[in-house]
Structures are given as C-alpha cells and as structure tokens.
Design a protein around this ligand. Sequence first.
Ligand code: SAH
Length: 244
Amino acid sequence: MTFAATILTLYPEMFPGPLGLSLAGRGLREGLWSLETVQIRDFAPDKHRTVDDTPAGGGAGMVLRADVLGAALDSVAPGRPVLAMTPRGAPLTQERVRALAAGPGMTILCGRFEGFDERLLEARDVAQISIGDYILSGGEMAAMTLLDACIRLIPGVMGAASSGMDESFETGLLEYPQYTRPVEWEGRTIPEVLRSGDHARIESWRRAQAETDTRLRRPDLWERHEGARVQSPSGARQRNGKQT
Ligand code: SAH
C-alpha cells in the first residue's frame, strides 16, 4: 500500500517543492508515496472563481468559503484522514506523525487569508492540526512539514537510518548531542567517552545528556516524562531531582 497524500490548496504549484528533493523526493520517484494536488479555486461556483468572502461580524481579511471548500473536499476519494492546517488545531506531535505515517495517507486542507469558514470543519470529518504557536501566511508549508515528518517514517524512505528510535521525542526526551570528525576543531574535542569504544559507557553518557538537556531546555517534556515514570502508590506525581 502506497502512502497517498492529496493537498487542497490555492497554490498547487508549491508542491512537491522541497518534498521533491532528498529522501522524500527519491521516495516519491520510487513510488513509496504519492502526491496529488487539488486547486480549490476549480470548485468556485462563479465565473470570477471566487473562493473567499469578508468575515461575518466584521474584521480584517477574508475567509475561505465553506461551499467552495466542501465541494473541493467532496471531490477527493474517501478513506483517508482529512486534516486541516490551522493554528487553532491540536499541536502536532511525533506520536501523531507515527500514527499517520502508518496509515493509508491523508488529505490536507491548506488555508489562506483568515482561514476556513468554521461550518466546513463541523460538517465534514476533519481533524485540525497546528504545527506550532505562530502564524504562517498559508497552510502549504504547514502541510509540507506534516508530510515530511510522515514520509521519513515510511519503510524504505530513510534506508538504514530509519530505525530512528533515539531521535528527539521518540523516547519522550530530546536526543543526546551529536559529534563527528575532525576530533579537534577550534580547540574543542569530541567528548572522550564517545571515542572510548566502550558501548555501555557511551550508552549511559548519552542517556544522561538526553535527560539533562531535556530537563534544562524543555521542562514541559521533562515533566511529562517524569510524570509517566515516577508515580506514587496513590497515583500522585512525585518530583525527582530539582525543579527547573
Ligand atoms: N486567522 C487565523 C490564521 C490564518 S493564517 C488564526 O488566527 O487562527 C492562514 C492559514 O495559514 C491558516 O488558515 C492555516 O491553514 C495556515 N496556518 C497558519 N499558521 C499555522 C500553524 N501554526 N499551523 C498550521 N497551519 C497554519
């Protein structure tokens, strides 16, 4: 089964864009995943091909019309999850990416202007996804981000590197820092332990680094990680180590 992506957008010429290069691009050419775009404007009912209108209740900008989006969405073969890219959606996580990558693919709705008429999101089975707490000018790059994260997990796309279970977030922690040759650069050397050949020591050093970096850089992740690991008999959370 090929992972099939359909993108509904006002800018189909943006695709595959960066997804046509490197590992994703090779995977696309090899048929490990497929990509199709749908021009939302083709579903506008009038001769001016209007897709948006002013916000009900007033305010700046334009809103994508539910009737146009509905017709565009209904033109796509069913059977795959439909995701709308929006800052109002659930924050994207690696766990969500893994679940999506294991499925048949997805249909992605890319917004522009002020976004979608809310009724479209209510009337169709659409999951709303955000790629972070900032505002892009359109959903296309958010869609590419989501797709890129999924595609690299498709078997065959990443080759030998595809195990990736040490990667940041996969363990609930950030990854340990990485180094490569030259051994010395501008007076800085690769940590001795990584050159020791002692796999047990390397493993425990990496684990300690991952934990320290997560605790200092991402207290939110650390809290969740510790919460899952350390449970008192009553089920209440215990703090382990100093608070950050
Ligand atoms: N007025 C909206 C933002 C619209 S930005 C609001 O304040 O919520 C225009 C489009 O860009 C959105 O419809 C969405 O498709 C996309 N977009 C912007 N930021 C995004 C984000 N953080 N995650 C996913 N999509 C985003």
